[in-house]
Ligand binder design. Structure first.
Ligand code: GLN
Length: 538
């Protein structure tokens, strides 16, 4: 049978955080722009079944797909670059692999056999590596292997790559190894030894990389390229320089210059088709680099020490900035440090305030203080998930006079539970994958800010929460000037709150940042920035 889909594996060496996800997404973008149907999947060696139970400090933001998978934040890059949704199948962890194998074992699928890492675990890894490829929807599947080669937990994944390469052949599978060429300033030289060592790790596992993408702070000259090629056993044209850049959105264009896409296609024996169509991408980049305006936005949250915790929000601001030809300076404001006394001083220089998603009580008081400030001073306000819930609590306390109003997440026995646990959540005992997750429809109220922002009456957005607006208090809120302008058509769950008397005050129960892409910047972010620009010129 003819092999339909081709597989590209991306491994990493020397150190973590080299940007495998961005390289994978950039390659995918170039192949897509040449007319190929491409998807990217991430295989993570940790034992959590998914990253949903990880603290953002551990692993950055948890990205949620349309079909409700809690996934690695690299999937966000894939979607933002490709403008194509990912799914449950695009993120696999060691935990998921073992869970399946153990379920199979209990069912009796391996009856009589000893269940082992090789072949049972590696077979399950291979089965999942090929799943999207066998769907018939893609010409090329790029698989990013999380972690660094040489880690104990990566071994079964590298072994699975070796076996797939053997089974499917060199024309159908290639391995790109992302590595680091450090610059030793004392010696004034770029050093190739760490790269040689990490390639040796791969070779010991029987995997010969086809292409080396070399992260570097300085350009690689012909000598260095030759040396890396010779000692790592690859063609000179397969040594790709990946120099540090101003923005991640530059990477596809630099990879194009380095001919990464052409080398990949040649190795896979695929035609180059057309030159990549990247006009829209280039226009976006030019807006990012040559803004006509600048605004300052305060992002009020409690995970501010780690920028990756709010990855998608940051990226959505870049997209929205470009759409407005405006540079958006997002400053993190630690919610735990905000008080009634210092809020005016700390927030006075911002043209917009965003209160971030989150879990648990830490930093809530500061979020409420920030919202009060935005509401009373007509500063454009945008609350996401917990940020929306806080805007409800703040309104109940300071406008409606219920000083004890709270969310039952923070205070179970509150007398005025304006944010309550969703009914279906009350029976939930397990933590992993049990929130209200993924895409749900939402109807917008005619004439509302939300309906003007979206320009339509029905939308679909992604979710990740256990608590909701308590509709028992709906009439009281609306009487006092906070409106519910977005609701779920089936359950009536409140998805959007607004204060029509305020110039721009919107809180959303869903996560709009997860759907913002280079090609489709999210309308709420775009309008929020537009309003911030107007505020600046007042
Ligand atoms: N902790 C809140 C809830 O579970 C909000 C979640 C979030 O901000 N993603 O409903």
């Amino acid at each position: 049978m003819e092999q339909k889909c081709k597989y590209v594996f991306v491994t990493g060496g020397v150190t973590s955080s080299l940007g495998k996800g961005i390289i994978a997404a950039s390659l995918a973008k170039l192949l897509q722009a040449r007319g190929y149907r491409v998807t990217i999947q991430k295989f993570d060696p940790y034992i959590n079944v998914d990253p949903g139970t990880l603290n953002p400090y551990e692993h950055g933001e948890c990205y949620v797909t349309e079909d409700g998978a809690e996934t690695d934040l690299d999937l966000g890059h894939y979607e933002r670059f490709l403008n194509v949704p990912t799914s449950q199948a695009n993120n696999v962890t060691t935990g998921k692999i073992y869970q399946t194998v153990i379920e199979n074992e209990r069912r009796g699928d391996y009856l009589g056999k000893t269940v082992q890492v090789v072949p049972h675990i590696t077979d399950e890894i291979k089965r999942r590596m090929k799943l999207l490829g066998e769907s018939g929807n893609f010409d090329i599947v790029i698989t990013e292997i999380g972690g660094t080669v040489g880690d104990i937990e990566s071994l079964p994944f590298v072994e699975a790559v070796r076996q797939l390469n053997w089974e499917l052949g060199d024309d159908n599978t290639i391995v790109i190894h992302l590595t680091l060429i450090p610059y030793l300033s004392a010696a004034g030289e770029l050093k190739t030894k760490p790269t040689q060592h990490s390639v040796r790790f791969l070779l010991e596992s029987g995997v010969q990389p086809d292409i080396l993408v070399c992260r570097t702070e300085h350009p690689l000259n012909a000598d260095i390229r030759r040396k890396v090629a010779l000692f790592c056993n690859v063609n000179v044209n397969a040594v790709i320089e990946s120099i540090d850049l101003e923005t991640i959105y530059d990477v596809p264009l630099v990879m194009l210059k380095e001919k990464l896409d052409k080398v990949v296609l040649a190795k896979l024996k695929l035609p180059a088709k057309q030159e990549p169509l990247l006009e829209q991408w280039k226009e976006f980049l030019s807006h990012v680099k040559h803004p006509k305006n600048e605004v300052q936005i305060a992002l009020v949250g409690k995970y501010v020490e780690l920028p990756d915790a709010y990855k998608s929000i940051n990226e959505a601001f870049i997209h929205a900035g470009a759409a407005n030809e405006c540079s958006v300076k997002v400053k993190y404001v630690h919610s735990e440090l905000l008080t009634d006394e210092n809020v005016a001083e700390k927030l006075k220089n911002y043209q917009g305030i965003l209160v971030a998603p989150g879990f648990g009580g830490r930093g809530i008081d500061g979020k409420l203080v920030a919202i009060k400030y935005a509401r009373e001073n007509n500063v454009p306000f945008f609350g996401i998930c917990l940020g929306m819930q806080c805007s409800v609590i703040e309104f109940a306390r300071n406008v409606m006079g219920h000083t004890d109003a709270h969310s039952v997440e923070m205070k179970e026995d509150t007398n005025y539970p304006v944010i309550d646990m969703m009914v279906e959540q009350k029976a939930v005992t397990q933590k992993g994958g049990t929130m209200r997750l993924g895409a749900y429809d939402c109807n917008l109220t005619k004439g509302s800010l939300a309906s003007k922002i979206y320009g339509k009456s029905k939308i679909s957005e992604r979710h990740r929460h256990r608590y909701e607006f308590n509709s028992k208090y709906l009439a009281a809120f609306e009487k006092n000037g906070m409106m519910i302008t977005g609701t779920n058509p089936e359950t009536g769950l409140a998805e959007i709150v607004e204060i029509p008397k305020h110039p721009f005050f919107i809180g959303v129960q869903f996560h709009p940042e997860l759907k913002s892409t280079v090609e489709n910047p999210h309308p709420i972010f775009v309008k929020f920035i537009k309003k911030a620009i107007e505020t600046k010129s007042l």
